[in-house]
Design a protein around this ligand. Structure first.
Ligand code: FES
Length: 141
C-alpha cells in the first residue's frame, strides 16, 4: 500500500468513526428499546397482576422490581425496588397483610415502599408507574 492509499484509507476510517460517534449520541438521546417517549417500559398486563397479586421482574431496572396494586386504592399501582434497604435481601409481598416483608431480619414496608419497621431505616426505592391499554408501565432509572 502506497502512502496516498494509506492516507485515503485512514481518512475514510476517521469518517466512519465520526459517524459512529454521532449515531451513538443520537441513540443515547432516544428512548431505549421497549420504552415510550417518556421512558416508561411495559411491565405487566393488569389481568396478570390482578391474578397473581404481585409481579417481580429480576432485571427490570438495575435491581429487581416488584409491582403491586395499592390495597387501599385499586387505581394506584406501586413499583418498588425489591432489595431491602438494610442488607439487600429480596423482600416478599404479603397480600393478606398488605406489606413487603424482608425474610432476612424482618423489616416491613408499606405498599408504596415506605419504611414501617426495622432494622432497615430507609424506604424501598420507588419508580413511577402508569396504566396504558390494560398494561402497567414502569419508569426505571
Ligand atoms: S436485609 Fe432486610 S431486614 Fe436485614
Amino acid at each position: 500500500m502506497n502512502r496516498r492509499r494509506l492516507l485515503v484509507w485512514l481518512g475514510w476510517g476517521s469518517v466512519g468513526a465520526w459517524l459512529s460517534g454521532i449515531a451513538s449520541l443520537l441513540t443515547g438521546c432516544a428512548p431505549k428499546s421497549g420504552e415510550d417517549a417518556e421512558g416508561f417500559a411495559r411491565f405487566v398486563n393488569l389481568a396478570v397482576l390482578d391474578e397473581s397479586g404481585f409481579i417481580l421482574q429480576d432485571f427490570f431496572a438495575k435491581d429487581p422490581v416488584i409491582v403491586v396494586r395499592d390495597p387501599a386504592d385499586k387505581n394506584v399501582i406501586h413499583a418498588v425496588n425489591a432489595l431491602c434497604t438494610h442488607q439487600q435481601c429480596l423482600v416478599n409481598w404479603q397480600q393478606d397483610k398488605a406489606v413487603f416483608v424482608c425474610p432476612c431480619h424482618g423489616s416491613t414496608f408499606a405498599p408504596d415502599g415506605k419504611y414501617l419497621q426495622g432494622p432497615a431505616k430507609a424506604a424501598l426505592q420507588t419508580f413511577p408507574t402508569k396504566i396504558h391499554e390494560d398494561d402497567v408501565w414502569v419508569k426505571a432509572d
